[in-house]
Design a protein around this ligand. Structure first.
Ligand code: PGA
Length: 237
């Protein structure tokens, strides 16, 4: 199975820069998964039609359509052209206090509404230093109990996100192998992506690991040159 390159654009880009990037990726025949901010979903969806790119949102409401000011339902995301959604990203866990219960509801709603999920897990630096990395990741994974339509799990050690610090290929491989075993006990056989300061200079080594089925890229996915280089590394691994 080809390795996956997923681009988490977070709260970046504008209609023009996003569409230019998507047009270029499409012209090059790339098959990445793209996660733009909500206002960019429509224009990006229109731009990527007919190519091999897949569109995803960065968040989904745990509720169906109704009186939920500021929220966006799974059905709306599908209507906007999304197939995928991120759930459990550490920035939402930390900045919005999203915990297991809420995340389980989001996973359920996403599936009911027709979306596949990329579910993110990962420990903080303090948790790693305390020898609790596996325990934390296992706890995050337990939210997947009974989940349907999981497209991938992303291991994103919090200490490596946006910091320039990357897990070593050996650290990533070790945790991915652990996650693989945990997913098996949950009855899930899905790709496991690595995320956290992935860039052209380290992508090849990370993607060479047997249990690293792809990468979830933040900062380095905002520019064509770096995203292309990472995608080339994925195609060759
Ligand atoms: P980063 O972000 O590549 O900028 O570290 C990864 C992510 O948060 O998905």
């Amino acid at each position: 199975m080809p390795k996956i390159v997923a681009a988490n654009w977070k709260m970046n880009l504008r209609r023009q820069s996003a569409c230019e990037l998507v047009s270029a990726l499409k012209a090059e025949g790339r098959k990445c998964w793209l996660f733009p901010a909500f206002p960019l979903l429509g224009p990006v969806a229109d731009t990527l039609i007919g190519g091999g790119l897949r569109l995803g949102a960065q968040d989904v409401s745990p509720e169906p359509d109704g009186a939920f000011t500021g929220d966006v339902s799974a059905e709306m995301l599908v209507d906007a052209g999304c197939e995928l959604v991120l759930v459990g990203h550490s920035e939402r866990r930390k900045q919005h206090g999203e915990l297991g219960d809420l995340l389980a509801r989001k996973l359920k709603r996403a599936a009911e509404g027709g979306l596949e999920t990329v579910y993110c897990v990962g420990e903080t630096l303090n948790q790693r230093k305390a020898g609790k990395a596996r325990e934390v990741v296992k706890e995050h994974l337990s939210t997947l109990q009974g989940a349907r339509k999981v497209a991938a799990v992303a291991y994103e050690p919090v200490w490596a996100i946006g910091t320039g610090e990357t897990a070593t290929p050996a650290q990533a491989e070790e945790m991915h192998a652990f996650i693989r075993g945990e997913l098996k006990t949950l009855g899930l056989d899905v790709p496991i992506l690595y995320g956290g300061s992935v860039k052209p200079g380290n992508a090849r080594e990370l993607l060479a690991q047997a249990h690293v089925d792809g990468v979830l890229v933040g900062g380095a996915s905002l520019k064509l040159e770096s995203l292309r280089a990472i995608d080339e590394a994925a195609l060759e691994s």
